[in-house]
Design a protein. Structure first.
Length: 247
C-alpha cells in the first residue's frame, strides 16, 4: 500500500509540475510585454496582459484607449479590434472584454454621487447609466424622454462628462447641478437652457466622473451603459431603448 501511495503521489507531481512551469512561463511573458510597452510609452496606463485565441498573440488594454495586440516578445503591437469569425457573424472579442470591465466598474460606483431619475411604474425593470453633458443637444433630447423611460420601469442614472473638460462654463454648470440640494431640478433646468444659481462646492465628483468616462471608453455624449456592460454611444429614442432592454 505504501508503494502504491508513493507511486500515486509521484504521478500527481509529474502531472502538475508542467502546469506550474507553464504558469511561471506565461507570467514571465506577460511581465516582459508590459516592461517593453512601459519602456516605449510610460505615460500610458496599461491593463493586465492576457492571452488570446490566436497562439502567441496577447492583448493589453490601454486604460481610456485602444486595445493593443502584441507578440510574445512585445516588440510589435497592433491597436484595434479582434474578431472571431463564426457562421453568420463576427464577434468582437475586444468589446466583450470591455463589457466585463464596465460591469465591474459599474458595481463600484456610489449612487449617492449620481443624479438619478428612478422608475415611476412601481418597479425597476432596468437601469441605464448615462454619461451626460448639459450643453449637448442630443443629451437634452434624451432628457426630454426620461419621463417616458421612467414610466416603463427604467431608472436613469446620470454621470457627469463635460466634453470640454474642467474649468469650462459647462463644467461649472455641472458642478452647480451636482452641488445642488435638488439635483434633479438643477440638471433639468440646465438641459432646458436655463441658468441656475448655486455654489461650486469643492467635494463634487464631476471631474472624477469625467475621468471615469474615459475608462469606460466614452468619446462623446450621451453615452449609455447598460447593466451587462454594453455601451451605446449617442441618442436613441426611448421606444428603441425599451426594445433593446427587452421591455
Amino acid at each position: 500500500m505504501r508503494i502504491r501511495n508513493l507511486l500515486t503521489i509521484c504521478l500527481a507531481l509529474c502531472l502538475t509540475a508542467p502546469l506550474w512551469a507553464w504558469a511561471d512561463e506565461e507570467a514571465a511573458v506577460h511581465q516582459a510585454i508590459l516592461d517593453r510597452l512601459k519602456d516605449a510609452r510610460a505615460d500610458f496606463e496599461y491593463g493586465p496582459v492576457a492571452s488570446t485565441p490566436l497562439p502567441g498573440i496577447y492583448r493589453v488594454p490601454i486604460v481610456g484607449g485602444p486595445m493593443l495586440y502584441t507578440n510574445a516578445a512585445g516588440d510589435f503591437a497592433i491597436a484595434g479590434e479582434m474578431y472571431q469569425v463564426l457562421p453568420g457573424e463576427l464577434v468582437n472579442l475586444a468589446e466583450q472584454e470591455r463589457e466585463v470591465e464596465r460591469r465591474e466598474l459599474l458595481a463600484t460606483l456610489d449612487t449617492d454621487e449620481m443624479i438619478i431619475f428612478p422608475a415611476t411604474s412601481g418597479s425597476t425593470k432596468a437601469i441605464i447609466t448615462v454619461f451626460t453633458d448639459v450643453d449637448c443637444g442630443y443629451c437634452r433630447r434624451l432628457h426630454e424622454e426620461v419621463p417616458d423611460l421612467n414610466k416603463h420601469g427604467v431608472e436613469v442614472r446620470y454621470l457627469a462628462f463635460p466634453r470640454a473638460g474642467g474649468g469650462t462654463p459647462t463644467h461649472d454648470k455641472m458642478v452647480r447641478a451636482w452641488c445642488s440640494k435638488d439635483k434633479q431640478k438643477a440638471i433639468t433646468d440646465l438641459k432646458q437652457g436655463k441658468n441656475i444659481k448655486g455654489e461650486l462646492c469643492e467635494d463634487n465628483p464631476v471631474m472624477e466622473q469625467f475621468e471615469l468616462g474615459h475608462r469606460f471608453g466614452v468619446t462623446g455624449t450621451p453615452s449609455l451603459v447598460l447593466g451587462d456592460g454594453t455601451m451605446m454611444p449617442g441618442y436613441r429614442p426611448w421606444k428603441d431603448l425599451l426594445e433593446v432592454l427587452g421591455l
